[in-house]
Design a protein. Structure first.
Ligand code: ADP
Length: 383
């Protein structure tokens, strides 16, 4: 547990323990005044019950005297006992030592699912009573792990072009007397430098998209205008491989979003459609409006009749750095980040991206975004 979380949790438990201590004391006073009564007052039980996280007050015989609404579903309480032996041990120790205690406990959630990580803190309240508060740290832990993986992946990916650049620099030094060789190696250095540049900018784009508020500028956007801009950028590249680019437009297909991000998403899809198709292939971009129980949507699909993606790989292509064929991806300057960026951009706009593909037949990537009513949505507002 990080020191910051531990001290925040400690402060919360400290305040709660003091409050509960007071209530228990008052309850005892009332007991003294009016004969035997339950150890905890109804007011205290209600307070515990409505605490946001998982919390419980445990009695002198390890019985649960009060619990919050989520204590059972979080795996802290089962019936009228603590569900985890480690928690029970911590409670007994706190009662014995009359000292607060803290522990991380991994609680099994179900077969095939990752454990839930609970940061548990206990505080003795006197008379054998112990307050237990458990904070679910699973999400924070998952984010930490994702960040660590990402840094490891980026480091690994950066090593390839950097290694190539240093080898090419050596080759140039060795071929100093041969102008043709120098020109050749210098050309390859430019390619590697461009690759490095692409990797860095895509990494930055992805990090920004993973921030808590990735939609910087949300305005009404005519999706076909985005398609026009992107297709224009690829005409030359497609022409050089005799790939036909076609567009099916849809009047009034408007979404609310960030123009640059939507262009980036579509650029990745069109670039892939061209890169993973053979000479003479066809790439079609179709915009349409659809309506379902969840509301109105705008869909933009990029279809190709290229190499296609096997069913097993379809589930993985949206992962960062995943490539079906590393060599082919590298040959077109791919980073393995494009589809991950598309997925995040769609999600940041409240949408999704879907894939249909069959090996040897082609692929269709469809981005679905909430439709916007251009007449009621004004320019420049927040999302
Ligand atoms: P890359 O930079 O390698 O293209 P992406 O994240 O854009 O990375 O795509 C991941 C992988 O998915 C690619 O390496 C490729 O194997 C596969 N892929 C993406 N688009 C297509 C497509 N239209 N047809 C076939 N395979 C594709």
């Amino acid at each position: 547990m990080s020191p910051l979380v531990a001290s925040a949790l400690g402060a919360v438990v400290g305040v709660l323990a003091t409050l509960l201590g007071l209530v228990v004391w008052r309850t005892r006073q009332q007991v003294a005044d009016s004969g035997p009564a339950p150890l905890l007052s109804p007011a205290l039980s209600t307070t515990i019950r409505h605490l946001r996280g998982a919390a419980a007050v445990i009695g002198p015989h390890d019985e649960i005297l009060a619990e919050s609404l989520s204590a059972a579903s979080s795996g802290v309480v089962r019936g009228n006992r603590l569900a985890q032996p480690e928690m029970l041990e911590l409670v007994r120790e706190a009662r014995r030592e009359t000292e607060p205690g803290v522990l991380n406990v991994d609680v099994p959630v179900g077969p095939g699912l990752p454990n839930r990580r609970l940061a548990v803190r206990v505080s003795p309240l006197g008379d054998g009573l112990v307050l237990l508060v458990a904070d679910d740290r699973s999400e924070a832990l998952r984010i930490d792990e994702t960040r660590r993986d990402f840094v490891a992946n980026v480091t690994h990916e950066l090593k390839t072009p950097i290694g190539a650049l240093s080898l090419l620099a050596e080759a140039i030094a060795d071929a100093a007397d041969d102008p043709d060789a120098v020109r050749h190696f210098a050309g390859r250095m430019s390619t590697e430098a461009a690759r490095l540049n692409e990797l860095i900018s895509q990494t930055i784009a992805l990090s920004r998209l993973q921030s808590s508020d990735p939609l910087l500028a949300a305005v009404p956007i005519e999706v076909d205008e985005v398609v026009d801009v992107v297709l224009d950028q690829f005409r030359e590249q497609a022409g050089s491989r005799r790939i036909t680019l076609s567009q099916q437009r849809c009047a009034g297909a408007t979404v609310r979003g960030d123009r640059e991000q939507l262009e980036a998403a579509l650029r990745n899809l069109v670039q892939n459609a061209i890169a993973y198709s053979e000479v003479g292939a066809r790439v079609a971009v179709t915009t349409r409006r659809v309506h379902d129980v969840a509301g109105d949507w705008v869909e933009v699909s990029v279809s190709d009749n290229g190499i296609g993606i096997s069913e097993a790989d379809q589930a993985r292509v949206f992962e960062r750095f995943f490539r079906v064929d590393y060599g082919r991806s590298r040959a077109h300057g791919g980073t393995g980040l494009g589809l991950s960026i598309v997925k995040h951009i769609a999600a940041a706009h409240g949408g999704t991206v879907n894939l249909w593909s069959r090996l040897g037949q082609g692929s269709t990537f469809t981005v679905r975004l909430p439709a916007s009513n251009a007449e009621t949505d004004s320019e420049g507002g927040a999302a």
